[in-house]
Design a protein around this ligand. Sequence first.
Ligand code: ATP
Ligand code: MG
Length: 417
Amino acid sequence: MAKLQSPRGTSDLLPEDMAGHRHVVDTAKIICLSFGYEEMATPIFEFTEVFARPLGETSDVVSKETYSFTDRGGEALTLRPEGTAGAVRALISAGLTQTLPQKFFYAGPMFRYERPQKGRMRQFHQIGVELMGVPGAVGDAEVIAMGHMVLSGLGVAEKCVLNINTLGDTESRQAYRQALVDYLSAYRGQLSEDSQRRLDLNPLRILDSKDEGDIALLGDAPRLDHFLNTASQQHFDSVRRYLDAAEIPAIINPRLVRGLDYYGHTTFEFITDALGAQGTVMAGGRYDGLAAMLGGGDVSGVGWAAGIERLAMLADVPSAPAVDVMMIGMSDDHMARLFPLAVSLRQEGMRVETGYAPQLGKQMKRADRIAARQVVILGDDEAARGVAILRSMADGEQTEIALTDLVAQLLAQHKGQ
Ligand code: ATP
Ligand code: MG
């Protein structure tokens, strides 16, 4: 039988991976809490329609990447490909649109049927934030500043460049859309197949094309920033003023349109060149129309999501706390004698390992491998005298320690460290 693997594009989070994962989530969560964002979670599957309309039927995510299925009760469900639509759905379901603003932080798995590569998985994980009910530029600026602080907290801000753009309001976007279609229609035959399709369905997404021919054609295309109405221009100027005031460097990238339908006004991405092709670590924007698409009325929103795997690859993850002591009894009786002492030490916050079998050589090798600082050994000879051997793994030095005194002495030593 072939070696049993997890499904393509998924991976286990073994302890070493989990440490990176935890570090990202815990660091982000503390920073987001300091801005008043509280953790929440939505189900990992939703009714398919929760994603289909807001993200756009023609978006890459909905048209090619969702895991959708009909359950045994005949419901059309989709594993969530992202967190925003579900968070807004939750806001509406709970009637929280009457109590704004709402400020959410979340972390969890997302699912997209993609071609797996380094930093691109079918089950991956995101942290994200959503600020709902704040239409002003201060909201955009707050979530961007918070994202920047999360990257700083992880020690990766230096490796990332903030790109921002504005898609303007609906009126500005419609005017631009027409101008773009007029321009590109003359070159229809030269566009990539994907972009020819986009030209009819969602022309703005052509700006996001990775195709070199498309990029060349776009060189002389009309620019969105020339079509912004006054309100849209003012919103964007204000966001930039806030970022300047907070000394958060940003470059304006007029091609940053993002792949989902629900965005308007500000879009942004923190991009690194340290991860090869998968350079976007954190991405977001304003989505004032999303709640209405889900039947929740007029609720503005702005937020971001970041890939935990990509962040963990960039960050220096602190190593797990060292094992303070490993207890080895040379028989069941001796182990039973040490057993409650180990419990007492753990209750006082020490990290104590167990030697699971009375084989000294094997257990000492394990003590080395797990980098235990000290080992306690209890054999017949020691037990008869009411002592145990205490061995320091750093220098191999051994002393005897009275069993009655063992807990107090190890604790005193631990606290003195
Ligand atoms: P990309 O252009 O890399 O496909 P995206 O625009 O589809 O990204 P978003 O939907 O904005 O990504 O998701 C936000 C973040 O989640 C990304 O910046 C990235 O860090 C992470 N992410 C998205 N898709 C994946 C994936 N398949 N595997 C791992 N991380 C991902
Ligand atoms: Mg994608």
